[in-house]
Ligand binder design. Structure first.
Ligand code: PMP
Length: 380
């Protein structure tokens, strides 16, 4: 890597480029790769949604909307959250993807020196945004406590990480990269810790459609101060549309709206109109069923050699590296067989696992598990 220009802000010099980006660059140079590194669904958006977006653009809905998004969209969203989780958040805001929601949340809540509790492993953006705000990250562990166990949280261990400076307890369930869905007891336990210490629970629920266990619990139901971040990128297959939402207490959401006014301005207007018009008639459940089948295929084929338990949600699995191999060597060997996966240390302080995405077609999933089982034999 070249030395950063010293005229760049210290803030931005503290951030290294995403490891996943480097994989994207590599893919562009390969012929017929087995790409299990993808962070987006492999299906197209519902045609009705595209048609509605087209109509909105033709009808001149191309100007700014109000900062918080279309009022009817806001109202429908709050109704839906209230119906699902038994509590109606005070207010909400349409954001430029969950990424936009994360930026606004962190900027509105974190001062330099404040502390944020993040899952390890976890989505890379969280820690970089915390760093941009000058906040200190403390990690809580999601790794299985015993061999062959599930990913999950130890609530008592998390409470020990709380200090006077802790402001945010961050939750991501279903999780990227582990595929873990926190149980209701885990969510309740986390929220009790947050409530006892006056912390904000920030809940990234972007994978909520992709939940393969019967009970999905959200901190919205239990946390006194919850900022819920939700999205459309994954569920509707529209990551390029940059649409998401935030719900929570007006005291925080109003600050986020002000921040949005001076940063993103509003979520993309024609796509907001498209959601408003088309969403009520769209059934996403077939995608959940289809992705559960992909999950079953991956787990059935990787369990014998990797001991992989079926991921409870999202479209990722996070198997342990076989034998004593490090992720760089394993990835290199995978690449030689055209397989692209993401090293666990992109998401974690540890280098013991790797992430694979099963948001891929059947052919690539088959080729992928064959290569992985071959590598396991090689490195056992
Ligand atoms: N949160 C998680 C856990 C993610 O995996 C992603 C995308 N990879 C995002 C947030 C951002 O999604 P978007 O900005 O497209 O809504």
């Amino acid at each position: 890597m070249t030395t950063p220009d010293p005229r760049l802000s210290e803030r931005v010099r503290g951030i290294e480029p995403s490891g996943i980006r480097r994989i994207f660059e590599l893919i562009a140079t390969m012929q017929d790769p087995i790409n299990l590194s993808i962070g987006q669904p492999d299906y197209d958006p519902p045609p009705a949604l595209i048609e509605a977006a087209h109509r909105a653009m033709l009808a001149g809905k191309n100007r700014y909307t109000v900062t918080q998004g279309l009022p009817e969209l806001n109202a429908g969203l709050l109704d839906e959250v209230a119906a699902r989780y038994g509590r109606r958040p005070e207010t909400c805001l349409m954001t430029s993807g969950v990424s936009g929601g994360l930026v606004l949340t962190f900027m509105s809540l974190l001062d330099p020196g404040d502390e944020v509790l993040l899952p390890d492993p976890g989505f890379v953006m969280y820690r970089h945004l915390a760093t941009l705000c000058g906040a200190k990250v403390r990690y809580y562990d999601l790794y299985p406590r015993q061999a062959g166990g599930r990913f999950g949280v130890d609530v008592a261990a998390i409470e020990k990480l709380v200090t006077k400076r802790t402001k945010i307890l961050f939750v991501n369930s279903p999780s990227n990269p582990t595929g873990c869905v926190l149980t209701r007891a885990e969510i309740q336990g986390l929220c009790e810790v947050a409530n006892r210490h006056g912390l904000f629970v920030v809940s990234d629920e972007i994978y909520d459609l992709f939940c393969y266990v019967d009970d999905y619990a959200s901190p919205v139901s239990y946390a006194e101060h919850c900022i819920q971040l939700g999205g459309y990128s994954k569920s509707y297959g529209v990551p390029g549309w940059r649409l998401g939402f935030a719900t929570g207490p007006a005291s925080v959401l109003d600050a986020m709206k002000t921040m949005q006014q001076f940063t993103f301005v509003c979520a993309p207007a024609p796509f907001q109109y498209a959601l408003l018009e088309a969403m009520p008639a769209i059934d996403l459940m077939p995608h959940r069923v289809q992705y559960r089948q992909k999950r079953d295929f991956i787990a059935a084929n990787l369990h014998p050699v990797y001991g992989l338990l079926p991921p409870e949600g999202s479209f990722y699995a996070f198997p342990r590296l076989p034998g004593a191999v490090d992720s760089a060597t394993f990835l290199q060997a995978a690449l030689q067989q055209k397989l692209l996966i993401v090293p666990g240390n992109s998401f974690s302080q540890r280098d013991t696992h790797f992430r694979l995405s099963f948001a891929a077609d059947e052919r690539d999933l088959r080729r992928g598990v064959d290569v992985l089982n071959d590598l396991a034999r090689q490195f056992a």
